[in-house]
Design a protein around this ligand. Structure first.
Ligand SMILES: O=C(O)CCC(=O)C(=O)O
Ligand SMILES: [Fe+2]
Length: 312
């Protein structure tokens, strides 16, 4: 991991806002105010999404067949995702545990990348976050069947925001031998966090097992086109190391627009901005982080109904 000024600043901000009691209290207060202010503008949930939201609130993660989400553009998304999966499978391996495609390759398939901005999906995300959403894009990844617990194959919580959502879409059948998303639910996570005095970083299996028996570990398994929806901030989780077959997945990521920190990535190029924003509705554009040029490139019509887009 490269140590950059942005990373150090992000880490410092995260530490101050979550570990220093008076600053944490102030941050919690500000966040509560933002949640309250957004209440009257909360979008209506699609009829079938109630149980998903309820499952997230109770457990912190759910697995559903992608088709059950009934989102427009899903058939096109699957077709383009299948092409990306083939492209990724053709990548020469370098002996590593994880491979992906460059962000631009995914952006070149708007049926995939912009699927993450489907309005009923944004509605679900905002209902869960309690705040206007920021879409941090889609990534495709292959976890090679090396069986080794490295990187995000180790237990952790994500650190970017108080509430977050990720959608993981399986591009092949996933069972316990082929790298499911593994997690312990919110209740256990809260207990683990206190017991471990957890702030950030990885925890090994043995430590987790001492506090949460393996029978309580949950796995997001399912056939191809299963969608695991999880709040990676509020459940301890990992990509379970695959042993029998490589795991191919897509990850769609969401934070609020006032996160604790954002992990710095490579700068967004003009071409990527163009690919990301082409053809979007104003509401979708408001969900793109600043680096996608939301403000500069697409001035929004002045409408009082438009979310005020608070930013931290
Ligand atoms: O891909 C997975 O199963 C989980 C990886 C992870 O830790 C994350 O996306 O936050
Ligand atoms: Fe994670």
């Amino acid at each position: 991991m490269r140590i950059t000024a942005a990373r150090v600043a992000g880490h410092l901000r995260q530490h101050l806002l979550t570990q220093v009691p008076p600053l944490r209290a102030l941050e919690d207060h500000r966040r509560a105010q933002r949640v309250e202010a957004f209440g009257p503008r909360m979008p209506r949930l699609a009829p079938g999404h109630g149980p998903v939201l309820a499952g997230l609130e109770e457990h912190g993660a759910v697995a559903v067949p992608l088709d059950d989400l009934d989102l427009p553009g899903t058939a096109e998304m699957k077709e383009a995702a299948t092409a990306l999966r083939l492209e990724l499978a053709a990548q020469p391996g370098d002996g590593g545990h994880t491979v992906g495609l460059p962000r631009e390759r995914v952006l070149e398939h708007p049926a995939v990348w912009q699927w993450g901005l489907t309005e009923p999906l944004l509605d679900l995300v905002e209902n869960y976050l309690g705040l206007p959403a920021a879409y941090h894009g889609a990534a495709i990844r292959c976890e090679r069947a090396t069986g080794r617990a490295v990187g995000v194959r180790q237990w952790h919580r994500d650190v970017e925001d108080h509430r977050m959502l990720k959608l993981l879409v399986w591009l092949d059948d996933v069972d316990e031998h082929t790298g499911p998303f593994e997690y312990v639910d919110r209740r256990h996570t809260a207990r683990l966090t206190r017991a471990l005095h957890y702030v950030s970083g990885y925890v090994d299996d043995g430590r987790i097992e001492q506090l949460v028996p393996r029978t309580e570990w949950r796995r997001g398994v399912g056939p191809r086109w299963t969608c695991v929806i999880a709040d990676p901030r509020n459940v301890f989780h990992r990509a379970m190391p695959p042993t029998r077959r490589d795991r191919y997945s897509l990850t769609f990521s969401y934070l609020s627009r006032s996160p604790i920190r954002v992990m710095p990535g490579p700068p967004v190029t003009a071409r990527e901005r163009e690919l990301a924003t082409r053809g979007l509705e104003p509401r979708q554009l408001t969900c793109l982080p600043r680096q996608y040029g939301r403000v500069a490139h697409h001035p929004l019509p002045r409408r009082s109904a438009e979310p005020a887009a608070p930013r931290g």
